[in-house]
Every structure is written in C-alpha cells, then in structure tokens.
Design a protein around this ligand. Structure first.
Ligand code: DX5
Ligand code: ZN
Length: 223
C-alpha cells in the first residue's frame, strides 16, 4: 500500500522494534489486521545508536508475510552498505541519517536509482537547516521526537516545531516530501503531531502494548 496525497489523513506505521522478535510474522499480521498502512523497520547497528536489531534478510523473510509498505529506518553508521540489501528485500521507503553520512546527497540519489522512495531522518539535536540542501530530492523527512535507539521513550515536544518548519518550506518551495514523526507517539501525543502537520506517524510501544490495535490506529489517525 503506497503513501497518500497530503492532507488525506495520516499514515500509521507501527514499528516492529517493540514487537516480540521471536514472533515477527505474528507482528506483521497484527499490523495488517489493524488497518495500519506501513510497517516501520528500525535498523540499528550498535554504532550509530547504542542498540542492535536486524538486517535485510529479516525484511526479505517478512516481505511475503505482510501487505504493508516497508518503511526502513536506517540508524546505522554506514547506510550505503545496506541500501541495496533492503531495496532487494522489498522496502518501499529507505530512510537514513545525514548525521551518519557526509555525502548524503549521493546516498539519497543511490536509493532513488534503485527505484525506492528516499528518506532522510534527523535526530533531536539536528536543526532543519542542516538538511535544507537535501529537501528538493527527498521523498520523506523523518523527524525523530526521541533520541534514537530504543522504543518506549517520551516524545520531546520541541521537536514538533521542526515538523511545522518542514511543512512551511515544502509549501513555499513546492517540494514533494512526506513528513513522518517517530518516537513517543501514542493516544496522548498523536494529535499534537497531526496538528504540527505530520503525514506519517510511527508508533512502536503504543501499538504493540495496545489490546485493541485497530482502535489504537483509529485514535492515532484522529478518527
Ligand atoms: C527509535 C526508533 C523509533 C521507535 C519508536 O530509535 O526509531 O521508531 O521504535 O518507538 P516508540 O513509538 O515506542 O517511541
Ligand atoms: Zn524509527
């Protein structure tokens, strides 16, 4: 399922970081059943962030077991070495951190050359100004509202100001990127992220801790 046009209601992307890693096929099925459109893959290398998760083979093995678009979030020191693997595994969006790659324009273009949507993600301490030169080429900007590495953290409200700034720039310059918010999204914080202008909401712990996942997805969407 692809991305929607702007303003057509937010896309919900549950993160399997908060799922039971011994039952990822079940988690993928829960995401499909909940009505969420995307499956958010938090790839961590224990270097760029102090945690370690999974690689392209996990995505490839899950691909035939999920109807969701795979939204791959590379929190890794060397994104260039993983892009092809995730593209071949069936990713829809591949998002990396320009903080990890000096030649970010080249990395962004390499994702697009593989026929995938290219995203950039910024951590709480990175200002929007640092990625201004990449915005004309990006299909998605993922604003981290927690320090990356772990699920279950509290959203940092100040980070939502970057969402507003990105939406203003997109409108002024007529760019085409989606804005995603990632970290601490739950029943309490989703409205603020939507009001700031988010097109996509990533939710890990809120989703996998919810007894009724379809009801949570509706709540995050504002329905
Ligand atoms: C954090 C990841 C987030 C995280 C979100 O480094 O990028 O996607 O899994 O988890 P919650 O929704 O629990 O904050
Ligand atoms: Zn993420």
């Amino acid at each position: 399922m692809g991305e929607r046009s702007f303003g057509a209601g937010v896309i919900i992307a549950p993160s399997i970081l908060s799922a039971d890693f011994a039952s990822l096929e079940t988690a993928a099925g829960e995401i499909d059943a909940s009505g969420a459109e995307w499956l958010h893959f938090d790839v961590m290398d224990g270097c760029f962030v102090p945690n370690l998760t999974f690689g392209p083979k996990t995505a490839a093995d899950l691909r035939p077991r999920s109807r969701a678009l795979f939204d791959v979030h590379l929190m890794v020191a060397r994104p260039d070495v993983l892009i092809r693997g995730f593209a071949e595994a069936g990713a829809g969006f591949i998002t990396f951190h320009p903080e990890a790659e000096v030649h970010s324009h080249r990395t962004l273009m390499s994702i697009k050359e593989l026929g995938k949507k290219a995203g950039i993600s910024i951590v709480p301490s990175t200002p929007v100004g640092a990625i201004e030169e990449l915005l004309p080429f990006a299909d998605l900007v993922l604003v981290m509202t927690v320090n990356p590495g772990f699920g279950g953290q509290k959203l940092i409200p100040r980070c939502l100001e970057k969402v507003k700034t990105l939406v203003q720039i997109r409108e002024k310059q007529r760019y085409g990127f989606l804005v995603s918010v990632d970290g601490g999204i739950n029943e309490e914080t989703a409205a603020g992220a939507r009001e700031a202008g988010a097109d996509v909401l990533v939710a890990g712990s809120a989703f996998f801790n919810a007894a009724d996942k379809a009801a949570l997805v509706r709540t995050l969407r504002g329905n």
